[in-house]
Design a protein around this ligand. Structure first.
Ligand code: GLA
Length: 690
């Protein structure tokens, strides 16, 4: 791991797996020179280009580290602003640099105005990932109106076409993988909703179309609001990516001395697309998750939502908890419906007092009961929202985002609170603080069930700032609560997986993956999620949403942080015993699953079988989940080859009651042939080094 300068104008970053090199051109632009295998840093030089002809300037051919709208630049760029005199031409040139251990700061300055851009690069140890972000500062006297501030611009090393991977999902169908071959023009993946990931997600993976392979590139933006990731291939065959806060309806006014700090982008390269998930999983575990639970396995939980909906009462939840305890779960989470006049989704949001009809003795009666059963207690809240039918809205109708001459649109009968107002932010922190200080709550499910619309905020001079200010306010509140209640876990939920990104992973301990808990649909959702997101954060429940057998449902849900969400009132004692066995198996292997490397061995589309393996870094333990939805033939066998084991060691593989001993090389190269005839057939293998 190293960060250094060579000669006057070359800057080099190195980690275990790649080198990233930049140089300052004679015109002062910071150029991208290399993203790939390590080479001798002394050999780099910055080429001098002339304009190609009267239609193509030299800036069309160079790769800038942070391009700004200005001069002879005609393509998409990372930064755009207007100075107070109406000039919209930013000319950022290299001014200075700072190197400290693992970080490089390149300081760029406009040639005339008080505009400074700090390009910050960080090399993370032990996982093959680097980070980048940009800070824009007003170091002059007059205000600057910024229209676009991307976090990072990345130039791709190969001049070939790239196949770009993202997701394109919906509520109930998150993380559906899409691949687009980029021959020319731009691909843009974005959110305009104020959340990140229901549709596209803030990352890209790019595979070069080269016969002899070539490195896979990837980058993820640490931001949970409206984002934009665009990848473009220009007329000279250069592909570049821009990642940052969405410039749609974006604006930042910087007065003297003010700055805007754009979110981090984490990036790297891999041998194959599946390796991206392992690199980023290790990275998240080492550098991203909030420290409180970073090294601890997440508990198995029960959530009451699918069993009781809004109809929660002290008695029914206590009965449910009695049954949940028999399965061995460690946290009992009560979902929506416990507060205000919340009988359905028409009322109550904003009134965070305990509904006394449902809980005559407050929450403590239920919590004590749950604790006496040996479980922790968790609670659902939706802090950013208000129902017009609530005391809060009656008292503070001006606390929601709206334009003054328009009636704000309702979605799920609710409006979005203006968290950019300090008093609203205080209110949100205050009610959760009160709940946590008065009750023994070890888990908060923080939901957000609608996008931001009509983005007006009369408290802001530039109301276009509300998009990122809202996201920042969410992070601030969660961070303050976590600091005060370090033993309480926080889950990010936004109608399922609407807030799933490396920003969320930096502030929340986990995310709710999708409201769709059907195991067959979950296979795609989970594989899409796992392209780049860490396993541990992926909550997965077993529910009643399908007729598949328990074995199949557990097989799929055990591939993340396991939860149960079935209606336990309708389960027999035998069912509870079966659940208990799976929960206990999960607990034995959860460190392997939550902290291990994930390999997608086979998938339904290509193989007719979904097989996912988790292996410890020391290669001594593994667990494999293989599941076939419908093999169409009664007798169908599959050869499953494992990965990530030690070739020379011998392993015991246990599958149900059977056991066999094989070498790592046999398991990885020859593989085991298994029969999966029929519907919903599945196997869990445990693999232990002898
Ligand atoms: C959202 C969440 C669900 C549940 C409901 C409660 O849809 O994704 O898990 O909490 O809200 O209203």
């Amino acid at each position: 791991m190293a960060v250094f300068r060579v000669g006057e104008n070359i800057f080099v970053l190195e980690n275990e797996s790649f080198q990233y090199v930049m140089g300052v051109g004679a015109d002062g632009t910071v150029r991208h020179l290399h993203w790939g295998d390590k080479v001798s840093p002394d050999d780099f030089e910055v080429r001098v280009f002339d304009d190609i002809n009267s239609n193509h300037s030299y800036r069309d051919t160079i790769c800038e580290e942070y391009s700004s709208f200005g001069g002879k630049l005609f393509r998409d760029c990372a930064f755009k602003c207007e100075f107070s005199d109406g000039v919209r031409d930013a000319v950022l040139v290299f001014e200075d640099y700072v190197i400290s251990e693992d970080t490089l700061k390149l300081i760029l300055r406009d040639i005339r105005y008080g505009l400074e851009a700090e390009l910050i690069y960080k090399v993370y140890d032990g996982c093959g990932v680097m980070g980048r972000k940009t800070v824009i500062r007003n170091v002059g006297e007059d205000r600057i109106e910024c229209e676009k501030i991307m976090s990072a611009e990345l130039s791709f090393p190969e001049k070939c076409e790239y196949e770009v991977i993202n997701t394109n999902g919906t509520w109930w169908g998150e993380y559906q993988i899409v691949r687009e071959r980029l021959s020319g023009g731009s691909l843009s993946f974005e959110s305009r909703k104020g959340t990140s990931a229901h549709c596209n997600a803030p990352f890209f993976i790019a595979e070069p179309s080269l016969r002899d392979g070539g490195k896979i590139l990837f980058a993820a933006l640490a931001y949970s609001g409206s984002f934009k990731v665009s990848v473009s291939r220009d007329s000279f065959n250069v592909t570049r990516a821009l990642l940052g806060v969405n410039d749609f309806d974006f604006g930042v006014t910087l007065k003297k001395g003010e700055k805007f700090s754009a979110p981090w982008v984490y990036f790297g390269s891999a041998q194959c697309a599946d390796e991206v998930s392992r690199i980023m999983n290790r990275f998240a575990l080492k550098h991203v998750f909030p420290e409180q639970f970073r090294e601890k396995p997440l508990p198995v939980l029960y959530n009451s939502w699918e069993a009781t909906g809004f109809n929660v009462t002290a008695e029914s939840q206590k009965e449910l908890a009695d049954k949940a305890a028999k399965t061995g779960v460690e946290v009992f989470v009560m979902d929506d419906g416990w507060f205000g006049e919340r009988k359905d989704d028409f009322a109550g949001l904003g009134d965070w007092y305990v509904n006394r009809e449902k809980f005559p003795k407050g929450l403590s009666e239920l919590i004590d009961h749950v604790n006496a059963l040996g479980m922790d207690f968790g609670l659902w809240v939706e802090p950013e929202m208000v129902n017009p039918d609530s005391d809060l809205y009656s008292e503070h109708p001006d606390w929601v985002y709206h334009f003054k001459t328009r009636t704000p649109s309702r979605m799920r009968n609710q409006l979005v609170l203006n968290l950019t107002k300090p008093q609203v932010k205080e209110f949100v922190f205050g009610f959760i603080d009160k709940l946590l200080s008065e009750n023994n709550i070890k888990y908060i499910k923080w939901d957000m069930n609608r996008p931001i619309s009509e983005p007006g905020a009369d408290n802001l001079e530039n109301s276009r700032e509300l998009w990122f200010r809202h996201t920042q306010a969410v992070y601030d509140i969660v961070d303050s609560l976590k600091a005060k209640y370090p033993e309480t876990q926080f889950e990010a939920c936004a109608s399922g997986g609407g807030r799933c990104d490396y920003g969320a992973f930096g502030h929340f301990d986990e995310i709710w993956t999708s409201d769709n808990t059907k195991p067959v649909d979950r296979i795609d959702i989970q594989n899409g999620y796992s392209l780049i997101n860490p396993t541990k954060a992926m909550r997965a429940w077993v529910t009643d949403s399908s007729d598949a057998p328990w074995s199949f449902k557990f097989n799929i849900a055990m591939q993340g942080s396991l939860g149960l969400g079935m209606n336990l009132f309708e389960c027999s004692e035998d069912d509870l015993d079966v659940m208990k066995e799976y929960v206990s198996l999960y607990k034995k292997y959860r460190e392997v699953i939550q902290f291990g490397d994930r390999y997608c061995l086979m998938n339904l589309e290509d193989h007719g079988l979904n097989a996912v393996e988790f292996v410890t870094e020391k290669e001594n333990r593994a667990i494999v989940f293989a599941a076939a939805v419908n093999t169409k033939h009664l007798h169908r066998s599959f050869k499953i080859r494992l990965r990530g084991l030690d070739e020379k060691s011998r392993y015991r593989v246990e599958i149900g009651g059977e056991s066999t001993e094989k070498s790592g090389s046999y398991l990885m190269h020859a593989g085991l042939e298994r029969d999966f005839g029929g519907d919903f057939k599945s196997e869990i293998w445990t693999v232990n080094r002898l």
